[in-house]
Design a protein around this ligand. Structure first.
Ligand SMILES: NC(=O)c1ccc[n+]([C@@H]2O[C@H](COP(=O)([O-])OP(=O)(O)OC[C@H]3O[C@@H](n4cnc5c(N)ncnc54)[C@H](OP(=O)(O)O)[C@@H]3O)[C@@H](O)[C@H]2O)c1
Length: 310
């Protein structure tokens, strides 16, 4: 039996529950391919899952192997799979996780060709964060040319894509970031960066925005302080703490949960290959560092996307 390394948990808890187990390399089933993983990427929701905070929303069986994002090459093709060949470079969002491993079984239906213009491991940053950004900007935010958009949390993994996609839609982007992310956010096209560590975000905004995209878990006071920054009739989209609109303003507010969508993922790949969308990799870390990456994220010390290499 061929064995492989994984990063997984047998119980919920702090980052010390992470285990790097050797397990048998999986075989494909009907409709699946086996992917040799070039990288997964860390998403902070995985740290919440590990801590046991998401059992009501994302029930999983233990032991549970991390890794919703995958970038890799097709190593084996299961029955009834068409359109893939061994050696193809692919990416996808795996809703059952598993890509924090040397190999992972993946439903062929969730995979698309990886972008050709970036290292394969970097493309692992795209599925979860990119899909979330795409749906926040286009589906829910309905961001269009000429609008003013406030991106709260632009320095994070999702924020880098939100900033670029809103610019691509022709919006003026005002982004919040701390000094460590200001350069990256400006390179991603933000027209103005507000340092959220320097004082209330609203104090630095002269005119209200059409749309607020919130990507940050906030305390109730900070969430309430953002609502009045949206003009009457505008829109609020949050992927983290829900933000209530101010009374009688006609502002529509929604909290969204991103879904897996290969058409959106393929559109993101096209934008990467057209050099319209860049991928902000802050660090590449080996699989054996995944517990450390969880700790750093929980301490607020990660930014951009961190890719994890098995
Ligand atoms: N609903 C969904 O479908 C969905 C999908 C994906 C993620 N999420 C959630 O959305 C959130 C963002 O995800 P992510 O992957 O982008 O996280 P992330 O990469 O961990 O975000 C970290 C960034 O947050 C920024 N930040 C922290 N506090 C801030 C504040 N008060 N104001 C502005 N920026 C602040 C920091 O920016 P600086 O570097 O500028 O300091 C940091 O770079 C997480 O809570 C995640 O769990 C939800």
């Amino acid at each position: 039996m061929t064995m492989m390394k994984t990063a997984r948990i047998h119980e919920y808890g702090d980052a010390s529950v992470m285990r790097y187990d050797d397990v048998p390399r999986p075989r494909t089933a009907f409709g699946e391919v086996l992917v040799r993983v070039a990288a997964t990427s860390f998403n902070p929701t995985e740290a919440a899952l590990r801590a046991g905070l998401l059992q009501a929303f994302i029930p999983v069986d233990l032991p549970y192997t991390f890794g919703w994002d995958v970038a890799g090459t097709v190593a084996e093709i299961g029955a009834r799979v068409e359109g893939f060949a061994v050696g193809d470079r692919v990416i996808g969002r795996l809703d059952s996780g598993g890509a924090a491993a040397e190999y992972v079984r993946a439903p062929a239906a969730v995979l698309v060709a990886a972008p050709a213009s970036v290292p394969l491991a970097h493309a692992a940053a795209l599925p979860v964060a990119g899909l979330t950004a795409w749906q926040a900007v286009f589906e829910h935010g309905k961001v269009a040319a000429g609008q003013r958009v406030l991106v709260n949390g632009a320095g994070g993994g999702v924020g880098g894509f939100v900033t670029q996609l809103a610019k691509h839609a022709g919006a003026e982007v005002i982004a919040t970031a701390s000094p460590r992310s200001t350069g990256a956010v400006l390179r991603q096209g933000a027209d103005q960066v507000i340092d959220y560590t320097a004082g209330p975000v609203g104090a630095a905004l002269d005119v209200p925005v059409d749309t607020l995209v919130n990507l940050v878990p906030l305390n109730p006071q900070d969430a309430a302080a953002l609502a009045p920054l949206v003009r009457p009739g505008g829109r609020i989209v949050s992927i983290a703490t829900p933000i209530e609109p101010s009374a009688d303003t006609g502002v529509s507010a929604m909290h969204m949960v991103a879904r897996n969508d290969v058409a959106h993922l393929a559109a993101l790949v096209e934008l990467v290959d057209a050099a319209t969308l860049s991928i902000d990799i802050s660090e590449s870390r080996p699989l054996a560092d995944l517990a450390d990456v969880h700790r750093l994220s929980e301490a607020g010390r990660t930014r951009g996307k961190v890719v994890i290499i098995p």
